[in-house]
Design a protein around this ligand. Structure first.
Ligand code: GDP
Ligand code: MG
Length: 201
């Protein structure tokens, strides 16, 4: 089995992150965790790239649709459809519009528990309820209610892979193998070295 320190995750600073001039702040949050940046690109994604991204997991559309139906019902409202796939498609359409509206920065971060640690610091999907201290909780105030009323995607600055499997598929979707760099980061010794020899002169 590969050492846990080789775990990788995909992070995309969404167009609102760039427009809010938060790219440096966001990168700093991941950098200071001790994670290693192994890939990075600046681009305007195409609609088909985004559609494929959100269909990499065949269940994602249905799960988002089910969540959306539940949210309507909780508010005492009638969902526009009772078919989760129909609602999931609506979210994907909105995401295509959002994610292709301007440049994004796609990054791959590596380190032990990279997926979970990045999600923890990024915060929950809905900025209104994301924890204080997380990036989404600290820098934006959008909500499901506001986004659904206006028929758009929740603007939450960042995409971060939700599981190791999702990360592996998403990294392959965004980066060619030779766009990722294998290298040693000097701080890895203090993070992972078992013996910590070689520090004292
Ligand atoms: P994430 O992994 O935290 O980004 O959340 P998801 O994978 O569940 O959803 C992907 C993206 O779709 C989110 O980051 C939001 O931008 C958007 N989104 C998710 N659920 C909803 C929803 O119920 N309504 C709207 N309008 N947008 C949503
Ligand atoms: Mg997700």
């Amino acid at each position: 089995m590969a050492h846990p320190k080789t775990e990788r995750t995909l992070v995309v600073i969404k167009p609102d992150g760039l427009q809010r001039t938060l790219a440096g702040e966001i990168i700093r949050r991941y950098e200071r965790l001790g994670l290693k940046l192994v890939g990075m690109k600046f681009l305007v994604p195409t609609a088909s790239h985004i559609e494929k991204h959100y269909n990499l997991d065949p269940n994602w559309k249905r799960i988002v649709g089910e969540k959306s139906i539940e949210a309507y019902q909780k508010k005492g409202l009638k969902p526009p459809s009772m078919d989760p796939i129909v609602l999931g498609d609506k979210v994907i359409d909105a995401l295509q519009k959002y994610m292709t509206s301007g440049p994004v920065i796609a990054m791959v971060w590596q380190g032990a528990h990279a997926v979970k640690i990045v999600r923890k610091v990024t915060g929950g999907t809905e900025p209104l309820t994301s924890d204080v201290g997380t990036i989404r909780g600290d820098f934006v105030h959008d909500s499901y209610q506001m986004a659904d009323t206006d028929g758009r995607a929740v603007r939450n600055l960042i995409h971060a892979s939700g599981s190791v499997e999702e990360a592996e598929n998403e990294i392959k979707h965004w980066f060619k193998k030779d766009e990722l760099v294998s290298y040693r980061l000097v701080q890895e010794q203090i993070l992972y070295d078992v013996n910590l020899d070689g520090l004292l002169e």
